[in-house]
Design a protein around this ligand. Structure first.
Ligand code: CP
Length: 322
């Protein structure tokens, strides 16, 4: 693997998930692999899980990890080709990225979308410029449209949970991605990415449910069954992934905030004793009720813990390629 931007960078999802679970059982199995290597973690946006889990994963592999909060501590970066930099931006990415490529063996970047300009966001202008100019492997810590480390973690978590689940005669688990209410316009990244990975994985009966006008890009959802009827979607579900996203078609809007879309214990009665997932951070009693989050249905803490092992599996694959 020479970069990790989307599921397209992975040749065998199950093998990568298995490797993550191997590291969970034996965190220091490859502690020499990253000896004398340095990883840079660049954040243009806030993070708790991604930042710390990737640092821990790098350390487990013997790497030195350096975090740089570009948004707070760095020069304001320019990404536009040919820009006349007479405004607020101070340094062009084509000047900064090759320098970072000399300081680090692997460069990891978190950027969010603007949610104002769909074409810019969906062209992945920010992360693609780093890939173009850094000259070292780039790992996405969440980009404008995708969150691959989260999605790999989600498949690791489902794989792990399946070892203790009965599917009532089904050959594949039913996995439901459901939209949830939120007070702010959030990116489509986690939902896009989850859909992309579950479709590529191909080992689930995959259903997406959301209110009208909340369609995601077909580039990621193609292969899933999509319905506006949440109750019908939840019927006999084995896993429910709860996530808010803003509108894709009329880009970045909040049209709907109906609390009826919040997942409650009552709705879980429709399911096959489903396990509930969320990438976190979660707005309690807006996206998900306390009763669900604090119940045995919830996998969210385990899921967030698995971020370390997913990141470690990805970094080890990149280190082996170098
Ligand atoms: N799930 C996730 O990416 O969490 P953070 O934003 O805290 O990194």
């Amino acid at each position: 693997m020479n970069q990790f931007i989307s599921v397209k960078d992975v040749t065998d999802i199950n093998a990568l998930a298995k490797k993550a679970l191997m590291y969970k059982a034996n965190p220091f199995a490859d502690r020499q692999l990253g000896a004398d290597k340095r990883i840079g973690l660049l954040f243009l946006n806030p993070s708790l899980r991604t930042r710390l889990s990737t640092q821990v994963a790098a350390k487990n592999l013997g790497m030195e990890a350096i975090v740089f909060n570009v948004d707070k501590e760095g020069w304001a970066l320019e990404f536009e080709e040919g820009a006349i930099m007479s405004g607020n931006t101070v340094e062009h990415v084509k000047d900064a990225a090759p320098i970072l490529g000399q300081y680090f063996d692997i460069l990891c970047i978190r950027t969010f979308p603007s949610l104002k300009n769909k074409e810019d966001d969906y062209s992945e202008m920010f992360i693609n410029q780093f890939i173009r100019y850094a000259g070292v492997p780039v790992v996405s810590l969440e980009s404008a449209t995708l969150h691959p480390l989260q999605s790999l973690t989600d498949i690791v978590t489902i794989t792990e949970a399946l070892q203790q689940r009965t599917l009532r005669g089904k050959s594949k688990p039913k996995i439901v991605l459901t939209w949830a209410p939120h007070i702010k316009a959030l990116p489509q990244c986690v939902a896009n990415s989850f859909a992309q990975w579950i479709n590529a994985w191909g080992e689930a009966d995959f259903v997406i449910t959301h209110p009208q006008d909340y369609e995601l890009s077909e580039v990621f959802t193609k292969g899933a069954f999509i319905t506006h009827d949440q109750d019908a979607a939840l019927k006999d579900a084995d896993f429910i992934y709860v996530k808010n996203w803003s509108t894709f078609t009329d880009y970045g809007k909040v049209y709907e905030n109906d609390p009826e879309w919040m997942l409650t214990e009552e709705k879980l009665k429709l399911t096959n004793n489903a396990k509930v997932m969320h990438c976190l951070p979660v707005r309690r009693n807006v996206e998900l009720s306390d009763e669900v989050l604090d119940s045995a249905h919830s996998l969210v803490t385990k899921q967030a813990g698995n971020r370390v092992w997913a990141a470690q599996a990805v970094l080890s694959e990149i280190l082996k390629h170098k």
